[in-house]
Design a protein around this ligand. Structure first.
Ligand SMILES: C[S@@+](CC[C@H](N)C(=O)[O-])C[C@H]1O[C@@H](n2cnc3c(N)ncnc32)[C@H](O)[C@@H]1O
Length: 203
């Protein structure tokens, strides 16, 4: 395992407060997306699925889901949760900065909550290319990322923060900006971090 994988995997081995993003409930931005679209996505890729809550919910909505994470411990945890829920998710340990976990144009929707924003700047372009290549024509990407529009105290360790310019300039060549709005990452410990809810459409 490389250093990045070990770092993430240690957090999943520790669990609890080492995983402040792990709310245990489907992301409200994801459920809202499904409640608004005329035709629900059918084939979905979730990148950086963590313990699998959203992937399981997506299967329960009738989607066929591939869900990946760099952390083997996260994927093992997610597999156990899916088994308990009685659903089938194609979980894969996969580093999005190294490989494309699905065939080209094989999914119509991609979900990432807090994954694009953890990518080092030099890896963002590759991430966007993988998302673009994986989506069928006109496919959509729902990306939730920390927003720089929130001043933080120096000791407040929240999610990485992207400016709107950083987010949009990384994707605009390959994606239409369908929607960009503010949302919140609410943590189980009661923090409220301002985040971007971005919906991008493949060009
Ligand atoms: C902030 S957490 C969010 C987890 C999950 N999306 C959620 O909302 O509960 C970021 C996730 O991205 C995963 N991750 C980080 N780098 C990755 C990479 N290069 N490829 C795939 N997953 C990655 C981490 O292991 C972690 O599960």
């Amino acid at each position: 395992m490389d250093a990045t994988t070990i770092e993430w995997d240690e957090r999943y081995k520790e669990g609890g407060s080492a995983l402040p993003w792990d709310t245990g409930t489907p992301a409200p931005e994801l459920t809202a997306y499904f409640s608004r679209v005329k035709e629900a996505p059918k084939n979905v890729l979730e990148i950086g699925c963590g313990t699998g809550t959203n992937a399981i919910w997506l299967v329960q909505q009738g989607c066929k889901v591939v869900a990946t994470d760099i952390s083997p411990s996260a994927i093992e945890w997610a597999q156990n949760k899916a088994k308990s829920a009685g659903v089938t998710v194609d979980f894969k340990v996969s580093d999005i900065s190294v490989e494309n976990p699905v065939d080209a144009k094989s999914v119509d929707f991609i979900f990432d909550r807090g994954v694009f924003h953890v990518m080092a700047q030099e890896k963002r372009e590759h991430f966007v290319q993988v998302v673009h290549a994986s989506l069928s024509d006109g496919g959509m990407w729902l990306c939730l990322a920390g927003s720089a529009d929130q001043k933080r105290e120096a000791d407040d360790h929240g999610p990485p923060q992207l400016t709107a310019t950083e987010l949009i300039s990384s994707v605009e060549k390959l994606f239409e900006v369908h929607k960009l709005a503010k949302t919140s990452f609410l943590t189980p410990e009661g923090h409220n971090y301002v985040a971007w809810k971005a919906i991008f459409k493949k060009r």
